[in-house]
Design a protein around this ligand. Structure first.
Ligand code: FAD
Length: 287
């Protein structure tokens, strides 16, 4: 089912993100995780895709496999950097054949190992992929948004202009980068409104479950960790509990604000997401 249709209903959507596992042991973990999270009846789940097509076959395998085995509605992430039109055409054909109707259209990050001539292929930015998908196919298309600005962005204003370009190219919805301070999301929504972006914006949620993550997240995606949560983490032996409780507060506030859904970055684990959903209560419950 198309995510654009799901989001036109008047209730917050629930979604989980997974990545294709690298070895048989983690394949088993993901399989178990999906099996456990399935009981929450998510509106959709998504499978990430390595930039330059590095996980291409695995992403396709898990996207179609989760749909077949668990009957879940699936979206595949698709990055365009270092891919040719022909590569993208081929993947889209395969997704269509498998009955997948949702794509998260992304640029991806240029790998350090790739020489420039390989990066500058048919697509430089995600909006070009959105344009291409819109012209050639009928997928429901999501794009990425950055409440604290994308790491390469010259300014927050420019970043929103670039987001608007993706929307004008035909995106149906936005999923955000993870963030820990809802004020960043609320400010982002002000900029979104000022830019006349009217498609649904789903916040991406990832709880901090161990102390090492704090610095990693900040370096990887520029998400700042507020002093309040840093303090709570420094003063506890149970970082998992503190992180999950904080995420519950964060999600409740976002739901009160009226977000059209919550997208959980599960890191292929079920426990944190399960506990957050239990903590939020009935709002996201599905029959
Ligand atoms: P773009 O929208 O193309 O933006 C990239 C940068 O270029 C931004 O700074 C933007 O402001 C700027 N820009 C855009 N258009 C222009 C223009 N015309 N002129 C000048 N500058 C411009 N990565 C993966 O590899 N695989 C995944 O599965 C994956 N899933 C993700 C899921 C979510 C929800 C999010 C938020 C991110 C995900 N990423 C994934 C990370 C993403 O690929 C990186 O953040 C990447 O650096 C940017 O991708 P984008 O689609 O946002 O790019």
């Amino acid at each position: 089912m198309k995510i654009s249709e799901i989001l036109s209903r008047n209730r917050p959507a629930l979604s989980f993100e997974f990545f294709p596992p690298r070895n048989p042991e983690s394949e088993h973990v993901l399989d178990e995780t999906v099996g456990k999270l399935r009981r929450f009846n998510p509106d959709f789940v998504s499978v990430t895709y390595g930039a330059g097509g590095s996980t291409r076959e695995k992403s396709l395998y898990w996207t179609t496999g989760i749909r077949e085995k668990y009957g879940l509605n699936v979206m595949m992430h698709l990055t365009c950097i270092a891919s040719s039109r022909r590569d993208i055409q081929d993947i889209c054909r395969r997704l269509r054949m498998e009955g997948i109707s949702n794509i998260l259209a992304l640029r991806g990050d240029p790998s350090r190992d790739l020489p420039d001539y390989r990066i500058q292929k048919d697509f430089r930015f995600a909006y070009e992929l959105v344009e291409y998908l819109r012209e050639t196919d009928d997928f429901s298309i999501g794009v990425a948004g950055y409440p604290e600005g994308h790491l390469d962005a010259v300014s927050l204003g420019r970043d929103i202009e670039n987001l608007k370009r993706k929307v004008d190219a035909g995106a149906d919805f936005i999923i955000t980068q993870l963030f820990f301070d809802n004020r960043h999301f609320f400010d982002f929504m002000d900029r979104v409104a000022a830019a006349h972006i009217e498609i649904p914006v789903i916040p991406g949620i990832m709880p901090i479950t161990n102390a090492g993550q704090v610095q990693r997240f900040t370096e990887m995606c520029g998400a700042t960790v507020p002093g309040e949560i840093k303090g709570r983490i420094d003063n506890t032996e149970d970082v998992f509990r503190v992180g999950v409780d904080y995420a519950i507060e964060q999600c409740k506030e976002l739901l009160d604000f009226g977000v059209p859904g919550l997208h959980f970055y599960t890191l292929n684990r079920n426990r944190a997401t399960e506990e957050i959903l239990a903590g939020i209560g009935k709002v996201l419950e599905r029959e």
